[in-house]
Design a protein around this ligand. Structure first.
Ligand code: ADP
Ligand code: ADP
Length: 228
């Protein structure tokens, strides 16, 4: 589903990602872990085209992710949903408007159709009753669940999560992890940058540990957490 071949991403002199290769199969849940600044987020952002690596290749469903091939690039990027640490909801739009914006503008859905899809996903994350609220009326955990629902409205084949619970109060972490666990159970392909070791241990098929922009360990979750 995703193949990353020897990517390097530099910011000025700093090699944030220094020769990372990885492969993720359909339906696999992979957690990227490692110290702050080790390049986890940058790897994820390269996968969905938010950052452009200086060298190396990324394939999505066996097709090269290449900015120059505009149509293919757009299609491949549309296969991937991205959930940010800081939600990135539009504050001046209601929950429902946040969810229907892209389906209407990008997927050319009618307003009614977009709302129907949005309500379906809001229900799934347990927030249908908040559809007419503005984001600032929601808790952090609710905002993140809205952000996940918004991504799902675009019918992604792959979900990328960048520290989705790091900005949340502890009591709200669990409600977001539960939604992610459900997605995993349903067979979604997921790449998750996280500090939640409990989630990595119980939900991930594979854990990849980065340090200084390099993969230093990669194993199934059971093996990974066996040793200290
Ligand atoms: P992690 O997700 O593991 O915390 P990041 O991928 O966010 O690590 O960052 C890796 C390194 O690259 C860090 O040193 C970070 O400061 C740097 N970095 C990330 N994004 C940028 C950017 N846009 N400009 C400059 N430096 C960046
Ligand atoms: P989110 O939490 O929403 O995923 P981040 O806070 O990780 O977003 O990063 C937000 C932006 O800041 C990204 O575009 C990232 O590349 C950039 N960034 C991260 N570290 C640095 C840095 N050291 N210098 C400049 N920009 C950075």
């Amino acid at each position: 589903m995703i193949k990353v071949e020897n990517i390097v991403k530099q910011f000025n002199k700093l090699k944030a990602v220094d020769g990372v290769s990885l492969e993720i199969k359909k339906g696999e849940i992979v957690c990227l872990i490692g110290p702050s600044g080790s390049g986890k987020s940058t790897v994820l952002r390269c996968i969905n085209g938010l950052e452009k690596p200086e060298s190396g290749q990324i394939y999505i469903q066996d097709e090269l992710l290449d900015e120059k091939n505009k149509e293919s690039y757009k299609n491949l990027r549309s296969l991937m949903g991205f959930v940010f640490q800081h939600f990135n909801l539009f504050p001046n739009m209601t929950v429902l408007e946040n969810l229907t914006l892209a389906p209407i503008q990008v997927m050319n859905k009618s307003k009614e159709e977009a709302q129907e899809i949005a309500c379906k996903y809001l229900e799934r994350v347990g927030l249908l009753d908040k559809k007419d609220e503005y984001p600032n009326k929601l808790s952090g955990g609710q905002k993140q669940r809205v952000a996940i629902a918004r991504s799902l409205c675009m019918n992604p084949q792959i979900m990328l999560f960048d520290e989705p619970t790091s900005a949340l109060d502890p009591e709200m972490v669990i409600e977001v992890l539960e939604v992610m666990q459900e997605l995993a159970n349903e067979g979604m392909t997921m790449v998750v940058v996280t500090h939640e070791m409990g989630f990595a241990r119980t939900v991930a098929d594979r854990v990849i540990f980065l340090e200084d922009g390099k993969i230093v360990e990669e194993n199934n979750a059971e093996e990974f957490f066996k040793h200290p």
